[in-house]
Design a protein around this ligand. Sequence first.
Ligand code: HAM
Length: 441
Amino acid sequence: MNVNIVKGTHDIYDDDARAFEYIEMVLKAVAEMYSFQQIRTPILEYTELFTRSVGESSDIVRKEMYTFLDKGDRSVTLRPELTAGVMRSIVTNKLYATKDLPIKSYYVGPAFRYERPQAGRYRQFNQFGIEAVGVTSPYQDLECIMLGYDALKLLGFKNINLKINSLGDQESRNKYREALKEYFSKQIDNMCADCKERFNINPLRILDCKVPADQEIAKNAPKMRDYLTPEAKKRFETITNTLEEYEIPYEIDDSLVRGLDYYSHIIFEFHYTTENGLNVGAVGAGGHYDNLLSEIGGPALSGVGLALGIERLYAVMKDDNLLKEEKLETDVYVMPIGEDSIKDAFGVAQILRANAYKVEICLENKSFKQLFKRAENINAKLAVIIGENEIKNNEVVLKDLHTQKQVTIPLKNLLGTLDMMFDDKEEEHDHCSCAEDIHHE
Ligand code: HAM
């Protein structure tokens, strides 16, 4: 019986794995451009961390966490996102006291949510994210949005749809919550079971309900922006004015509340639709938080962060043909001819690898047809062919797999010849024509 892959998880291999690596490399480079440093936190955390940060009223904590008791009967959870772990690390390691503020961290890694799997939604997925902790300026919020925007641009995204909203400060939210309670109290009996629960724990969550009839009711609910205190309103306007100054298009979405409980002030999501109309939901999202660090036992420092979903970035980039260059290229395919040549060919391959060439070798006795088929499949540029005669004469046959020209050269000249050819190629940005180069030697 086959053992199946866990529902909602997926394997990433070959060109796809390279594409993931490429995306992560660009994102890391952008984070470093903005002077963020890498942080790696455990995948496994005590469950309490997430109930206290992501929040009891969030769908993530209520329904989606991979939570279990370990052998010591402690409740642990596979992280559903990485922000909470970063905050825990800041507290555990007292980074707020030992490091200069702000603490600016970026991360890449897997997260787990027991969601209903569909396009762009997995139970194990990868996030890249940043957190800046210890600055109150709205410009820190802006820097975070701009970092996300720059990253998407660098990955080749053209029409980025940035949705923003403000959840204001505590006072704004208290007033707004009252207004929502009053509005929904007349309709709640006709709404879904989840909304009834949300009504009691956190009525803001009702605005996030995906049931069409409930969405219809929520449409006419009071708007957060009408309940912002003057300070919260000013902060939001600083952000919108600056986005306009920098010509970053945005849309204020009154229904945007975000699925995690720790936010205050600005919240945002990046959406994207491909030329073929593929839309996998938000490719990234984030926001400002005032109480997150103190909720988990740290000092009262506010912060802002953003996370991008690598699977979603990959899906839309693939659909828009933004990943076409991502192929592994092999420099040399070493082809032993006959069983007896494998040992010598193996030695040649190891020498080439020690000199930084990307080398594959055939370790079985294969026909020429099979060998050349494989060379084509692995995108090899050159073949080094080694048979009984070559071994006897201390030679190898070097074949350019693009031009099909080949020459026999002394084994001792192989490295020098390759070095010269690969150097030339870098200068010319051309396919190599090794046979001619060797003749000119
Ligand atoms: P989030 O909106 O829950 O925010 O997730 C951020 C991104 O992760 C989403 O926009 C999406 O691209 C990706 N994502 C989420 N769930 C899935 C899934 N099931 N499958 C595939 N991709 C998914 C956060 O996680 C916050 N920690 C962001 C943040 C950082 N806020 C402040 N700092």
